[in-house]
Design a protein around this ligand. Structure first.
Ligand code: SF4
Length: 190
């Protein structure tokens, strides 16, 4: 079981990885990086409890390439998450993991999730090293590991900024991705 804040179907390789994917925001983070833009996801309470069958069903129904796991801190839910990743990978879907941990910090359960994921984006967000022109990462200290399966040797493309602005029928704006000063002003973040 995993505790989910939000699910989105996304198609933006620069932010979330190749192909059409299920983006999963998990609840809870114990790391608390200074300047984190997802502080509303730090509490572990709330959200929706889902299991591996729920996630697999969405992958099949939407004909996805795989899942991209964001937080919160996904590896703070390593037990349930391993079951999800193993289940979807058994059906040939891919998994991309974003974590604030480094490999040397992981316990055995967390390491299992790291090892089974196809791409891992790892390390604390460091506000002093913030850079909005990186693929997948928010700060230059973070690292990308492309150790498994179809993405082995995947070439990271830095040098430009991507943000997705969504406006719903009531005019509410939501932005995903990296906020440049211009985009932040536009959505009223600054
Ligand atoms: S690990 Fe991720 S969610 Fe947690 S504080 Fe750092 S940037 Fe925010």
């Amino acid at each position: 079981m995993i505790r989910v804040h939000k699910l989105m179907i996304v198609e933006n390789e620069h932010l979330y990885g190749p192909g059409k994917r299920l983006l999963i925001y998990l609840k809870g983070c114990s790391i608390h990086c200074e300047g984190c833009i997802n502080q509303h996801l730090w509490p572990f309470e709330g959200g929706t409890i889902m299991n591996s069958s729920d996630i697999l069903e969405i992958c099949k129904k939407e004909s996805l390439e795989g899942i991209t796991i964001h937080g919160g801190e996904p590896l703070d839910q390593a037990n349930g998450l391993y079951d999800v990743v193993k289940t979807i990978k058994n059906e040939k879907y891919t998994a991309i993991l974003f974590t604030g941990y480094l490999k040397k910090e992981l316990n055995n359960e967390q390491l299992k999730v790291w090892n089974i994921s196809d791409i891992v984006v790892a390390g604390r967000f460091q506000i002093k090293k913030r850079n909005v022109n990186l693929q997948f990462r928010g700060s230059t200290n973070q690292r990308v590991y492309t150790h498994n399966g179809p993405y082995k040797g995947y070439k990271i493309q830095d040098g430009f900024t991507t943000a997705i602005l969504t406006i719903d029928e009531e005019g509410n704006m939501d932005v995903n991705g990296f906020l440049t000063e211009d985009i932040a002003r536009l959505v009223g973040d600054k």
